[in-house]
Design a protein around this ligand. Structure first.
Ligand code: WQD
Length: 315
């Protein structure tokens, strides 16, 4: 049984690839290597092409046929909110057109299991203590919209031709399972703060007047190793013949504020950090914490790491 893993040379994908191999799955990676790095997955078969290109459905189909693919884990995608706001059409092409190609190839080859990397960005700005999967999705940027469209596409495929789908809605992924698989970009809070320390700058906090206990935004940080394990559990879940279409939050169910993150980093590096408070960033919900009952009950998955382990591994 061979798994086709898209985006397997990226930060998250490489963690998924490593765990799949540890669990004795055969893996073929497709990655355009624009942000991915094949060094991360040395020893794994990598085929490099752009999943959103018109030829990709055919290229994927060839791989599915020749490699006897039974399941797909689709991690490839663009994931920067700001970039999606500035270049929305390209984001739709990258994320949605890739999904079109993938589903076309899967249908032609009767590949019926798909684990899809979705995002908490599909929820938008939900005004609830904890977000569960039944909360109405109202994404507020093209990135989140493109992920929601992909969920709809896979749902339609499930209804039309029997695709079995598990959408994993990632919350704030961070940390590192192996140092060579770390996230080299500084695009999210934890790596941004660490980079500012390396560069002897004070980190910036976007808003300290939110309606939260310390005034800064609360997020649900999940360790990339836990996240990767959820993909394996989802694949195994889809093996059951009664499965059709499901969506799961992947978070810890616990929130941490920006100040709590900064203070935890401070205690790990043994240095006092005095962040500079700036204005609010557009589109930031005050609080975004996953309700994780469904993934615990259905997949038996539960995060095993907390904020401290996430930060120490990121350091
Ligand atoms: C976290 C908190 C910031 C930087 C993003 C995507 C989301 C998902 C996860 C993929 C916020 C604050 C940040 C800084 C700060 N991606 N912050 N100073 O926006 O919660 O989620 O990544 O699916 O779709 O939107 O993550 O790490 O950017 O921010 O104060 O220099 O840290 O305001 O409250 P976010 P983030």
């Amino acid at each position: 049984m061979t798994v086709l893993l898209t985006g397997g040379a990226g930060y998250i994908g490489a963690h998924v690839a490593r765990l799949l191999k540890e669990r004795d799955f055969d893996v073929v990676v497709v990655d355009d290597l624009t942000t991915g790095d094949s060094e991360r997955i040395a020893g794994t078969d990598v085929v490099s092409f752009d999943l959103s290109a018109d030829a990709a459905a055919n290229d994927l189909s060839q791989i599915m046929k020749s490699r006897d693919i039974t399941s797909v884990v689709h991690v490839a995608g663009k994931k920067q909110v700001g970039e999606s706001v500035n270049n929305p059409t390209w984001y739709y092409r990258q994320n949605v057109h890739s999904m079109t190609n993938l589903l076309t190839a899967m249908q032609v080859n009767c590949v019926e299991r798909l684990v899809f990397s979705s995002s908490a960005a599909v929820y938008g700005m939900p005004d609830v203590e904890e977000v569960d999967e039944r909360v109405e999705c109202s994404p507020i940027n093209p990135y989140g919209q493109s992920k929601l469209v992909c969920e709809w596409m896979s749902r339609n495929a499930a209804l039309a031709w029997g695709l079995r789908v598990a959408n994993l809605r990632y919350f704030n992924v961070a940390g590192s399972g192996w140092s060579e698989l770390k996230d080299p970009s500084a695009l999210n809070l934890i790596p941004i703060v660490l980079k500012s320390l390396v560069e002897h700058r004070q980190p910036v906090v976007f808003g300290s007047n939110y309606p939260t206990p310390d005034g800064t935004c609360i997020r649900d940080y999940v360790h990339v190793l836990d996240l990767a394990a959820a993909h394996i559990d989802a694949l195994e879940y889809l093996d059951r013949p009664d499965r059709s279409y499901d969506t799961f939050n992947v978070g810890t169910g616990t929130g941490a504020s920006v100040y709590e993150v900064v203070n935890t980093i401070s205690s790990h590096v043994g240095r006092k950090i005095q962040p500079v408070v700036d204005g609010r960033r557009a589109g930031d919900p005050a609080r975004l914490i996953a309700n994780v009952a469904r993934i615990q009950n259905e997949l038996g998955w539960k995060a095993s790491y907390g904020l401290s382990e996430i930060i120490s591994s990121a350091i």
